[in-house]
Design a protein around this ligand. Structure first.
Ligand code: AMP
Length: 232
């Protein structure tokens, strides 16, 4: 077990999946288990918007409509945020929740990862049907403060986060019309990354319809199998 952990160090884990597939939740759990640095572009953009960062405000024009932020803007943002991290913070590797999201981003961001001394990337795809996504996002709430994600029954019962007391809110882009558009954009622009990583033997595929704990168990099992084959 300790050996497996060592092999995952210094690497980049990329979490793929449609909106609402559980990327954020699983990324957080993986970051904790492997002591890897969590890097969520969506969270960073929302935080940047609240802090009135000019680049984040420019990005909001796209994400609030369910569009992907243009590659050039995202790549600049990712570069700026990654370069602000210390070597110490990324020494055990990085978990990317939400980037790269297009094939153009893969090329540019791979170079940024390498510059930071991070090795190979391995992608984890959480497969979830469109119908489940629509149902999940209708009732998803997030904690304004710590960003913990809540689904039913908790999201219907709680007003505040049991961890930090923060208010539970609906994400601006979780309204049904925007969700439908986000799914279309995902299928057209981000789903091709699944094939890209699969063809390179750098993909772990997981059934994202399972419970949170079972998805997590599957990911760990498959990651460790992959690591034993020494392909990661
Ligand atoms: P997320 O929180 O990961 O679902 O991201 C929320 C929104 O931010 C997405 O629907 C996109 O509009 C935008 N976004 C986040 N990451 C990226 C990225 N790597 N490329 C383009 N747009 C992004």
């Amino acid at each position: 077990m300790e050996n497996e952990k060592i092999k995952i160090q210094n690497k980049v884990l990329i979490i793929l999946g449609p909106p609402g597939s559980g990327k954020g939740t699983q990324a957080k759990m993986l970051a904790q288990k492997y002591q890897m640095r969590l890097f969520g572009t969506g969270d960073l953009m929302r935080e940047g918007t609240r802090n009135n960062e000019p680049i984040a405000l420019e990005m909001k024009k796209y994400w609030e409509k369910g569009e992907l932020v243009p590659d050039e803007l995202v790549n600049d943002f990712v570069k700026e945020k990654l370069e602000a991290l210390s070597i110490e913070e990324v020494k055990n590797g990085l978990i990317c929740d939400g980037c790269p999201r297009t094939l153009v981003q893969v090329d540019v961001q791979d170079k940024i990862f390498q510059k930071l001394g991070l090795g190979n990337s391995l992608a984890i795809n959480l497969a979830v049907s469109d119908q489940s996504i629509v149902n999940r996002l209708k009732t998803r709430r997030i904690c304004e403060k710590c960003k913990r994600i809540f689904l039913p029954p908790e999201s219907l019962e709680l007003k505040n986060c049991p961890d930090c007391g923060g208010k539970l809110i609906t994400r601006e882009d979780d309204n049904p019309e925007v969700v439908k558009h986000r799914l279309k954009v995902y299928r057209e622009q981000t789903a091709p990354l699944i094939k890209y990583y699969r063809e390179r033997g750098k993909l772990v595929e997981v059934d994202g319809e399972l419970s949170i704990d079972n998805v997590f168990r599957e990911i760990i099992k498959k990651l460790e199998m992959h690591s034993r084959k020494d392909r990661f």
